[in-house]
Ligand binder design. Structure first.
Ligand code: ADP
Ligand code: AMP
Length: 228
């Protein structure tokens, strides 16, 4: 179908802990487009002990944003890779208006654009509860929660059997700072995308399956994909 051949760019907007990564992993399978998570890319650099990884760590440990120039360069390079030919689900990027502008410019030079921006809305209280119980697979990055989405066997990934760990920036103090940074620097993106008619609010307080259902319905409306 013609709609399915056009690359699809989805920006998942929401605070840390809103469920972006959880939903992006479900959507990437359903839609067959890449999952591009800037936080995962920085953690990959950290694990590989690259120069960028060392630089990013200084910001990530404090819950601050990594500077725009290096972040934009890293994500744009990622979007050039072959697995993004059909589009991408962007998770954690953009986080500033400068990043959103850079994304728009990069896509428009290729005759493309952001198609939809689902905003996963969750209360601050829920965000803190979700981040403090989050566990992640070292191997495949799947995400679990002690109470809301526990693995079948504690400490072991259901999908690949990898070891689960808690992120060092999911401590209460850093979480508070990350949320503050989100409110100051990322929240203006709601207006940015609203003005462009791309924002769709999704109730992120619901269970994972219900959030996923609403997301898919919103994406169908703009892109006519995912129903086959
Ligand atoms: P983000 O990528 O937005 O930071 P995650 O997808 O990592 O958020 O989710 C944060 C935590 O909340 C994880 O432990 C995840 O299992 C859990 N979670 C995600 N969505 C929901 C939901 N709808 N209800 C309850 N817990 C959720
Ligand atoms: P996340 O995995 O999305 O929670 O991101 C973890 C950390 O990586 C953030 O607290 C930032 O320090 C950094 N980071 C991730 N994405 C971005 C971005 N788009 N801009 C700046 N910093 C980012």
């Amino acid at each position: 179908m013609t709609a399915a051949t056009k690359p699809l760019y989805i920006v998942l907007l929401g605070a840390p802990g809103a469920g972006k990564g959880t939903q992006a992993r479900l959507l990437t399978e359903e839609l067959g487009i890449a999952h591009v998570a800037s936080g995962d890319l920085f953690r990959e650099h950290l694990n590989n002990q690259t120069e960028l990884g060392r630089l990013a760590k200084q910001y990530m440990d404090r819950g601050e944003l990594v500077p725009d120039d290096v972040t934009i360069r890293m994500v744009m390079e990622r979007l050039e890779r072959p697995d993004c030919a059909k589009g991408a689900i962007l998770d954690g990027f953009p986080r500033t208006v400068a990043q959103a502008r850079a994304l728009d410019e990069a896509l428009s030079t290729r005759g493309l654009q952001v198609d939809i921006v689902p905003y996963i809305k969750v209360s601050e209280e829920t965000l803190v509860a979700r981040l403090s119980g989050r566990w992640i697979c070292r191997q495949c990055q799947a995400t679990y929660h002690t109470l809301f989405n526990p693995p079948k066997k504690p400490g072991v990934c259901d999908i690949c059997g990898g070891e689960l760990y808690q992120r060092s920036d999911d401590t209460e103090e850093t979480v508070r700072r990350r949320l503050q940074v989100y409110f100051e620097q990322t929240l203006p993106l709601i207006e940015y995308y609203q003005e462009r008619g791309l924002l769709v609010e999704i109730d992120g307080e619901q269970e994972i399956d219900a959030v996923y259902r609403d997301l898919l319905a919103a994406i169908h409306q703009v892109a006519g994909v995912g129903t086959e």
